[in-house]
Design a binder for this molecule. Sequence first.
Ligand SMILES: [Zn+2]
Length: 330
Amino acid sequence: MIKINIESKLQRTKINLEDFQENFWNSIKSIKFNGKKVEGGDRVYEWNDFRIDTYSITISEALRLICTNINIRNYIERVLPNKVPNNDIIDNWEQLLKYIVLLSPEKLEKASLIRANLSVEEIKTIKKVFAYDDKRDGHIIPLFINLNFRTCFYCNRNYIGKFKNMDSITRTTMSLDHFHQKGDFPLLALSLYNLIPSCDVCNSRIKGSRDNIEQYMNPYSDSYDFHEKSKFTFVNQNSIKLESSDLKCRGYIRDFYINEIYQLHNQEVMEIIEKSRIFNGKYLEYISSTTGESLENIQKYIFDVDKNEEELDLLPLAKLKVDLLNLNEG
Ligand SMILES: [Zn+2]
């Protein structure tokens, strides 16, 4: 529902987008897998049925190994034409992995259109390299936490963020949802722009019921225009509905139960109506002139919302409030 702009989030930190992507890639690159010692062999190990001669291997080496399976190699080549190396030079395999990890939202979408014609075992083999759950806490979540996302990008209702527990260990209420689901597209499970900061409700309870996510728009995409295409409006005096002229947005609203869930917020809707009645345009101007605060700031403090689209994730129900306030202002 809310557009994700990492660049604007990074403005509050000292790193730029390229550095953030590089940090993300370095974190993935540093992942290692441990092998099992082969009985009777001297310094011979096994990882996922592949013989290896060191105790642990990097994730790039693991990718190279699974591509010795011709079906897996062909599948990855179909997804990423001319990207799979024809040699064992590990730098080249690192480049392939980096390419997969930093695929743009548009390239992710293209990749998701190619179905893997692989056996269950072969899919499992890909999943072992791109196993998100094992890498989540150590390699992925910490980078996202520093971006200070505030509310779920799917529902804009629940806060997502970090806190420290009694042992000063950073914990988080943020989930990362796979836009292209990792069960169906394991190759894309560690790709930065496939990971949507969200709440647990949207990521697990609601997620179970949706199966056509590729029919929605990726909120990282530059062309993501859900906010423009979909607006909350009044059905009657105290009931609201999110409506859209766009088919993809409508599918999203339906599958994420936005209208059903937002009925929980009738109280807030009533409050906006009442506040709009009291703090009408003239009164806001009066407060602004007597306090010296800008009109935008006065409105922000009274309605607890920032109208700037880049800031919609900062407060719960911001999309709802902005739409209703704009409606009131006609
Ligand atoms: Zn949510």
